[in-house]
Design a protein around this ligand. Structure first.
Ligand SMILES: *Cc1c(COP(=O)(O)O)cnc(C)c1O
Length: 429
């Protein structure tokens, strides 16, 4: 495989961009090697600057649920561009988008558009704090909620602790209000409430965790959190930045039948454009400026071009529930294929997943939370990654990310992927 142009370009990138990238995981730090510089993308495939074509299992980290460069999305964008790129004033597309979101997502009566998942989360947390008058937030170790200060905290030992910041530059004062619980463990949440009576504004989580690999909770866990939050008058916030519109038209909350107080979106909602949103009941969302006292603003929020892209993708998903059936089937095909290989070659591995989200962990133990995910052999994952890359398959350059399927993938491609995985796994024995 020739990668000369990627290498030259990445060298140049490293002179002008920290680490050569604009988002860390793209730098291949966890797997080594030179990141492929991508020139274009179509359907289920990426093409790099050397002309190598990869079957893509990242999908821009989730947004490209219909596949890359879907004609309906592209045409909607081109059409919108003809009328100007940004107005800095109210426009019809954002009303259309808001109505669409309220009709698709069970818990949402009103929504505010923002420009990223990070922004959605930090705004939702501010709203929860503003409404409850409390300052502390419970998150779960291993859940990622974007890069705002308060969320860059996890429990070092997997036990609940009040946080040490994960990143340099996060003030202690900010981290101390973030409490960390164990994913799937209701007792760890109850303990935090007991230790901080009347002080917890919200519990935030990924309703299916997809940033420590993929961890699917029981519905009892989600229902239990709903109960605790209702009893404690704290907000339950679902960060559906990955699960939203991916697991079902109404997200994980529809799939599991659990109603959060606030929901955050990103990724799929913009179909590849920078879009996020947060929403909830009319009463709660009414507390946002200018109708309420919780301030939040955005120069480019509700951007007409970005709205056009998102609306086009969401309407197709809403109108074609069969797409989800197909995604579920392909996801099952991939997971059962990988599980059969682990069994056949007696490899210590675990396959988790649901619908179009999957993960192959290189650990023989079940993965149910951050601590068990961390038992994975990341060196073996790196070998797997490079093996697949050389077969022109682009998996996430990290053990702790999902395998993302899109509607552009086919069952034939999944079969071929399993064959390529077999070449690798059969050598491990
Ligand atoms: C990606 C992600 C975010 C952050 O979204 P950005 O658009 O990258 O800011 C937040 N929460 C979850 C669950 C995510 O996967």
């Amino acid at each position: 495989m020739i990668t000369q142009h990627s290498e030259t370009l990445f060298e140049r990138a490293c002179q002008y961009l920290p680490g050569g990238v604009n988002s860390p995981v793209r730098a291949f730090g966890a797997v080594g090697g030179c990141p492929r510089m991508i020139a274009k993308a179509s359907g289920a495939y990426l093409t790099d600057v050397d002309g190598n074509q990869y079957l893509d299992y990242v999908g821009s980290w989730g947004p490209m649920l219909l596949g890359h460069n879907h004609p309906a999305v592209r045409e909607a964008v081109v059409h919108a561009v003809e009328n100007g790129l940004s107005f800095g004033a109210a426009c019809e597309a954002e009303v259309h988008m808001a109505q669409l979101l309220c009709s698709m997502v069970p818990s949402i009566e009103m929504v505010r558009m923002v420009n990223s998942g990070t922004e959605a989360v930090m705004s939702a947390l501010r709203l929860a704090r503003g409404v409850t008058g409390r300052e502390k937030i419970i998150k779960f170790a291993g859940c990622y909620h974007g890069h705002c200060d308060a969320m860059l905290v996890k429990a070092g030992s997997g036990l609940m602790t009040s946080g040490l910041p994960d990143s340099a530059g996060v003030p202690q004062g900010c981290a101390k209000d973030t409490l960390t619980a164990v994913y799937g463990d209701l007792a760890s949440v109850q303990d935090l409430f007991a230790q901080n009576p009347g002080q917890i504004a919200a519990v935030i989580l990924e309703p299916v965790a997809a940033n420590m690999g993929v961890v699917v909770p029981t519905s009892d866990f989600l229902l239990g959190l709903r109960d605790i939050c209702s009893k404690e008058n704290a907000f339950l916030i679902f960060d559906e930045v990955i699960t939203g519109f991916r697991l079902a038209p109404g997200g994980a909350q529809e799939l599991f039948g659990v109603t959060p107080d606030l929901t955050c979106f990103g990724k799929v909602i913009g179909a590849g454009m920078p879009v996020g949103a947060y929403g909830g009941s009319r009463e709660v969302m009414g507390q946002i400026a200018p109708s309420g006292p919780v301030y939040q603003a955005g120069t480019l929020s509700g951007n007409p071009v970005a709205m056009a892209a998102g609306i086009a993708q969401l309407e197709i998903l809403r109108d074609h529930p069969d797409r989800y059936t197909k995604l579920d089937q392909m996801g099952e095909q991939l997971r059962s294929g990988l599980r059969a290989l682990l069994e056949k070659y007696q490899i210590a591995g675990t396959v988790n997943g649901i619908g179009s989200l999957s993960c192959l962990f290189f650990t023989g133990q079940p993965v149910t939370d951050y601590e068990s995910a961390q038992q994975s052999d990341t060196k073996q994952y790196a070998q797997f990654f490079h093996h697949m890359l050389h077969q022109e398959m682009y998996f996430a350059p990290s053990q702790f990310e999902a395998i993302f399927l899109s509607c552009a993938h086919t069952s034939t491609e999944i079969d071929y992927t399993i064959c390529c995985a077999e070449n690798f796994l059969s050598q491990l024995r």
